[in-house]
Design a protein around this ligand. Structure first.
Ligand code: ARG
Ligand code: ZN
Length: 871
């Protein structure tokens, strides 16, 4: 059953200190907690019972108040809660529990990953360790003692500083850690194992030296230098851009193989999915390098936006996640090319978050209710949440935003607060009113902004008429008008920026404030009929609709001063052409042999002044997923056919140009994950894909040669993907060779699984099934499961099979994982939640599988997604 934001109540008790002892063992781990409890002075009740959260997997051995051991009659266990009705106002509760980390397949709480113990406590994992007030507004100072067999667990870590170490009477080792900063239980962490470490230091802006450590299993310790470097750069950036200094004397990161999500910002002891931490030229692609850098930064930035200032309740999740994503995106933009980064982030948002916002799970960035909070670690909370923070940044400007964030951190340091508190700090520091803007926090759905214009030659006046509309979403049939910042510029016929007078001032570019359902903006002194460049830098997460002609789009694509809108124009042009091709395909007509993109791409490829990474992004056709998001009714086979046709037209039309681009964008010298090298490799490999698509033997042999000669994973894997996707004769041989070469590198095996599962071939589904029987597959490892199921999702032929076998197979996996790992099972449901948008035949097949899943005894996680999808 659902819980509601409006029902929030302060906790009845506070826990000033938490003392934990873990006696680690292969078969049972004993956890002893000593909680220094007192009644919350802010509570209305002086007699409310103490209700502690627990889990079905936690076995209570004993509980005592101060020195009084409670007999069974004096407490009760109901629905995994430990309830004690009569307590003093201030006391120490001692509690002993038994857990079995080795049998924990849900990967929340304390669990085993290969040979180590590790934890994941966000959002509500701590209750699977011991009984506790497992809510983020209960903040406590933690002291943790870990007892273990030193030969198996020479490294035993927890939050804060190591304060004691020694031997127990039985000859085991114990280590005690203390974290002086009060924190909610979701930030607790413990790691124990036979790990290697690299050490470094960082001197903070006030001159304190911080020890930096990254731990991995021994065979991976050679792959953490890039993460360490990223960490130091993140620490410096947060000081320079936000004035935020690290607070403890030590900062540790640990890589684990089995992890449900990307990484976790536990105080002083971040735990990472190894896919987001390890990097080496031979095993890691450029994309993965950039992801490591971004995730290291993200988790580090949480130390202030999340840990020092945390969330009052889980409805406020975007308070820390939206803000921290905005911070990590800004860091990456400052480190590499800001336009390239913006295009990548927006492209992801428009593909995946817009789809979520248009589906049955649509929710505002601050949801009003949920059944299972794990289901709300969503693209909406993270990516749209970041866009909302970015809009505040746009409205206040760099300096105003900094004043606001300074006030926020100063005012709320050490507190658990709300999104309202964040916005209030921004308002108070800048003396502005964001009350209408705040509707972005409570309204779901992607707003539509429709724009028309008119130019009056005689008065040199240009008018933009804008209207906004947010479509209904589940539980929100009607919507209010939002405050939407629309950044605009005007472009002249010969591709120059056109200045204009708006509200009395002359500009090349300005931010319009669209606040009403309909509004007209008047520009004076406009010397000629302009082409409007709208929503520059994607200044708001909306769907913009302006009826651009092909000529206008080609012009913006080559001439707009805003790099982001050059990309946007090229995408729109390609979307228009793909849509025509889809219509022709569906009508059984021959597909058009003409494309306006040739002109635009030819100009692009000959312009030596452009950033190659930008050129590569513009060359990338709108993805299958993005075209699906845009479709009224999704026809995966039609989209696939249209994309293939358009790609071949472009490839044949510009074959020579692609060959030249391939040859001129080779990098020399050893591999480096620098913006410059990454840019060149991305264009080189994009050009190679088109060149091969043109069908020449020369291109095919170049691809095979690149595969064989590559000294880095980016080039090797790009070549292999091309060979497999275009089904070149070497495909089978090289896919096998690749596996043999890399079978001992788990992260490369994951790439191989994904590419193999996505391979479109006659017996595609049978192939996917056999991958799940492969000796190197492991269903307990979320990365491997996601690789195979994710690959299947991209395999149009196998997944959207007209006999429904692809959907049935996915449903089988969801049912299998439902109890084992509910968080993962629930995420596997995503493709099926789109059933209402699919063309009728596929829609019915998807719905039938959802109904089959609904007939099972479901975890809360899967139940919420499936029941909302069928509602
Ligand atoms: N707070 C983590 C982050 O940095 C995500 C952890 C979420 N984990 C989960 N099991 N829901 O984004
Ligand atoms: Zn986060």
């Amino acid at each position: 059953s659902a819980i509601y934001l409006k029902d929030y109540k302060v906790p009845e008790f506070l826990i000033d200190k938490t003392e934990l002892t873990f006696d680690l063992d292969e078969t049972q781990t004993i956890v002893t907690s000593r909680l220094h409890l007192r009644r919350n002075p802010e509570s209305n009740s002086a007699t409310a019972p103490l209700v502690l959260d627990g889990g079905e997997d936690v076995k209570l051995i004993g509980v005592a108040i101060d020195t009084y051991e409670l007999p069974k009659e004096e407490y009760s266990l109901v629905n995994d809660k430990l309830i004690i009705t009569a307590t003093p106002n201030e006391f120490i509760l001692t509690c002993e529990t038994l857990i079995e980390p080795q049998n924990n397949t849900k990967l929340e709480g304390l669990y085993r990953s290969s040979s180590m113990f590790c934890t994941q406590c966000e959002a509500e994992g701590f209750r699977h360790i011991t009984y506790y007030l497992d809510r983020p507004d209960v903040m406590s100072v933690f002291t943790t003692t870990i007892i273990g067999d030193e030969s198996k667990y020479p490294v035993m870590l927890s939050n804060g500083n190591e304060i004691e170490r020694g031997k127990t009477e039985e000859g085991k080792t114990f280590v005690t850690w203390n974290d002086p900063f009060p924190k909610p239980a979701y930030l607790f962490a413990l790691v124990a194992g036979d790990l290697n470490v690299i050490n470094d230091t960082f001197v903070t802006m006030s001159g304190r030296e911080v020890a930096l450590q990254i731990y991995t299993e021994p065979h991976n310790i050679d792959k953490v230098d890039f993460a360490m470097d990223s960490l130091k750069r993140s620490m410096k950036w947060d000081e320079e851009v936000y004035g935020r200094e690290y607070d403890l004397d030590i900062f540790m990161i640990v890589a684990v193989d089995d992890f449900n999500m990307g990484a976790m910002e536990n105080k002083g002891l971040n735990i990472f999915n190894s896919s987001c931490l390890l990097a080496s030229p031979k095993t890691t692609t450029d994309d993965a390098y950039l992801r490591v850098e971004a995730v290291v930064a993200h988790e580090y930035f949480h130390n202030w936006s999340g840990n020092r200032v945390t969330c009052r309740d889980w409805f406020q999740l975007s308070l820390k996640e939206g803000f921290t994503v905005f911070r990590d995106q800004s860091f990456s933009a400052d480190t590499h090319s800001s336009v390239v980064k913006r295009v990548e982030d927006v492209s992801f948002l428009k593909t995946a978050q817009f789809a979520e916002d248009a589906g049955p799970m649509a929710h505002p960035i601050r949801p009003a209710s949920f059944i299972e909070i794990s289901n709300f670690y969503t693209l909406t909370i993270y990516e749209k949440g970041s866009e909302v923070v970015r809009m505040i940044h746009t409205l206040l400007g760099e300096e105003g935003f900094r004043k606001g964030s300074d006030l926020y951190f100063e005012r709320h340091d050490g507190q658990a607060v709300t999104c309202d508190d964040f916005v209030a700090a921004m308002e108070d520091a800048n003396d502005v009113d964001l009350s209408q803007f705040k509707r972005w926090y409570s309204q779901a759905g992607t707003p539509r902004v429709t724009v028309t214009d008119e130019y009056d030659e005689a008065s040199k006046t240009y008018r933009l008429h804008m209207s906004q509309m947010t479509p209904p979403t589940p539980g929100q049939p009607t919507k209010l008008s939002l405050h939407i910042p629309v950044k605009v510029g005007l472009v002249s016929a010969n591709n120059e920026p056109l200045s204009f007078v708006y509200e009395g001032n002359t500009h090349d570019e300005t931010v319009l404030h669209l606040k009403d359902a309909e509004q007209t903006f008047v520009f004076e002194n406009v010397t000629e009929q302009p082409v409007p460049s709208l929503l520059r830098e994607f200044s708001a997460p909306v769907k913009l609709n302006y009826d651009y002609s092909t000529e206008q789009l080609l012009q913006l694509m080559s001439g707009d001063a805003d790099g982001f809108n050059r990309w946007s124009a090229s995408q729109q042009l390609a979307v228009n052409e793909l849509n025509q091709l889809i219509v022709q395909y569906q009508a059984g007509q021959t597909l058009s042999e003409e494309t306006q993109l040739l002109k635009g791409f030819a100009t692009l490829l000959s312009d030596k002044t452009l950033d190659p990474a930008m050129v590569a992004l513009i060359l990338a056709l709108p993805s299958q997923a993005y075209m699906s998001e845009l479709a009224e009714e999704i026809d995966p086979h039609g989209i696939k056919a249209a994309r293939k046709h358009l790609r071949e037209l472009i490839a044949k039309g510009l074959e020579q140009e692609f060959k030249v681009a391939y040859e001129t964008n080779t990098t020399d010298g050893p591999y480096e994950a620098t913006a410059e090298q990454i840019a060149k490799r991305s264009l080189k490999n994009a050009a190679l894909a088109y060149w091969v698509a043109a069908g020449s033997d020369e291109a095919a042999s170049v691809a095979v040669r690149q595969y064989r000669n590559a000294d880095n994973m980016t080039d090797q894997f790009a070549a292999l993907s091309i060979i497999v996707n275009f089904d070149l004769p070497e495909a089978d041989e090289l896919l096998n060779a690749f596996y043999e070469q890399w079978k001992h590198e788990a992260l490369v095996v994951i790439k191989w699984l994904m590419l193999s599962a996505a391979r479109e071939q006659e017996n595609g589904l049978a192939n996917v099934k056999s991958l799940m029987e492969h000796p190197n597959f492991d269903i307990k490892n979320p990365n491997k499961l996601r690789a195979v199921i994710g690959g299947l999702g991209q395999n149009t032929q196998a997944f959207h099979n007209l006999d429904g076998s692809g959907y049935a197979f996915l449903a089988d996996q969801i049912i299998l994982m439902n109890k084992r790992n509910p968080q993962i099972a629930s995420r596997l449901c995503t493709p099926l939640t789109r059933w209402q948008r699919m063309e009728p035949e596929l829609s019915g097949l998807m719905k039938a599988q959802l109904e089959r899943i609904a007939g099972e005894d479901l975890s809360k996680d899967v139940y919420e997604v499936v029941s909302k999808s069928l509602a």
